[in-house]
Design a protein around this ligand. Structure first.
Ligand SMILES: Cc1cc2nc3c(=O)[nH]c(=O)nc-3n(C[C@H](O)[C@H](O)[C@H](O)COP(=O)(O)OP(=O)(O)OC[C@H]3O[C@@H](n4cnc5c(N)ncnc54)[C@H](O)[C@@H]3O)c2cc1C
Length: 380
């Protein structure tokens, strides 16, 4: 089912690429990811295959915003954790070095990053500052001669235990100015500890990062990251990307539930023949279609360079709210089988919880929309 005839809105070459990537993800990633998710393990082999499919560098390969969004949705439709790895890598690591890095930083890191031969981690959130991080950065970068000395702690950092470096947002203690620093993970004083027992995105290795007198050369500062607004410009785009992840999770729910309803027999007939089951399927399809349509409009705004924070916040909060409702319907539709990951629905059910919270919680994104609607800020 091609909801909204999306494929026909792409040029032929893009349509072919989308179809090829979808086939690859469904054949090589979807079912294979389950055991890694159960074990909270990083699937190096699957990540390599994603690179071979060209997905590590989709940010810079000239793809349109619409194609990129649809590709991210297809990755999420196969596995949400892997879509987070690919998405954050493209939006906040490759995208950040490309937009805010120096010529030397671009030259030394982008060729490796866009092949998944190197990994970065985006390190903004701190143990005591999440929603209020914009004004709450405690990590410091103190200039000493030709070096910066970094001190502080970061929490929840995706790929933290695997990445070759972290892009650390820190504050100059004297001026209070915020900047971003490329901190290699093998520098003395740097340590990353995996956060265990997450209920969602279990493949994504999130970490607590501690930095004690970590010395980096001054060249490791990203010259384009001159204040928190530099982070905000990137976070606006990546916030919108979460909307595509939510669309992918809803499309997966539709795939899983439609197949299950036709197969599962109760009262001597497929549960697909029951009106209430069909109503659930219609609601799942309706939520997925509404969000897909909204995200296509967001992509058009991005193409025109007209995306604003309120658009990204509205898209992220609405898509994740409807995704939460959708996976809940899907989980119930599978009955008992909806709570075991073998049947996939439970995995999507849990992963959507993270989409609801990261890249600005549902509540904070709603408040950004509320501020735009009323002119009154309820949170600063
Ligand atoms: C799996 C996962 C991966 C992540 N990956 C990364 C990463 O790679 N890099 C990174 O830097 N960060 C990452 N994060 C951090 C994420 O962005 C934060 O968790 C998120 O911004 C919320 O911060 P917090 O967890 O500190 O919650 P808090 O800010 O403590 O919020 C707690 C609750 O209070 C509510 N709240 C707070 N302030 C207000 C207010 N003014 N009005 C109404 N409600 C309010 C929130 O909505 C929430 O419900 C990740 C988080 C998770 C869970």
């Amino acid at each position: 089912m091609d909801l909204l005839g999306v494929a026909h809105q792409l040029h032929e070459a893009d349509r072919t690429r989308l179809e090829q990537v979808r086939e690859f993800l469904q054949a090589r990633i979807r079912r294979q990811s389950i055991e890694f998710w159960n074990r909270e393990e990083f699937p190096a082999g699957l990540v390599r295959e994603l690179a071979d499919a060209g997905l590590a560098g989709v940010q810079l390969d000239g793809s349109s915003h619409l194609l990129r969004g649809l590709l991210h949705a297809e990755i999420s439709r196969a596995d949400v954790s892997l879509s987070s790895i690919v998405g954050i890598h493209n939006e906040l690591i490759v995208g950040m070095i490309d937009a805010l890095g120096s010529a030397e930083q671009r030259e030394s890191w982008l060729p490796k990053l866009t092949m998944f031969q190197a990994f970065g981690a985006f390190a903004l959130t701190e143990p005591d500052h999440g929603s209020d991080i914009a004004g709450g950065i405690h990590t410091t970068a103190t200039r000493e001669g030709d070096e910066y000395v970094i001190n502080g702690a970061k929490r929840w950092i995706g790929m933290g235990t695997i990445a070759d470096f972290a892009l650390v947002w820190a504050k100059c203690p004297e001026s209070g100015a915020v900047g971003a620093f490329l901190v290699e993970s093998d520098r003395p004083g740097y340590s990353a500890t995996k956060i265990e027992n997450k209920i969602g995105l279990r493949i994504m290795q999130n970490a607590d990062i501690s930095m004690e007198n970590v010395r980096i050369p001054v060249e490791n500062k990203l010259p384009g990251a001159v204040n928190f607004a530099s982070a905000n410009a990137l976070l606006m785009q990546s916030r919108a990307w979460v909307g595509w992840q939510a669309v992918g999770a809803m499309l997966a729910t539709l795939d899983i539930c439609t197949a299950y309803a036709k197969d599962r027999q109760q009262f001597g007939q497929p549960i697909a023949s029951f009106q209430l089951v069909q109503q659930s399927l219609a609601e799942i399809a309706g939520n997925a279609t509404a969000c897909l349509s909204m995200m296509m409009d967001i992509a058009r705004k991005q193409e025109r360079g007209e995306l604003e924070m309120v658009d990204a916040a509205l898209a992220k909060s609405t898509a994740t709210r409807l995704a939460r409702q959708t996976v809940s319907l899907g989980r119930a539709l599978l009955g008992g089988n909806g709570v075991v990951t073998d049947h996939e629905m439970a995995k999507f059910f849990c992963d959507v919880e993270i989409l609801h919270t990261y890249e600005g919680t549902y509540e904070i994104n709603s408040l950004i929309v509320g501020r735009a609607l009323t002119g009154v800020s309820a949170f600063v």
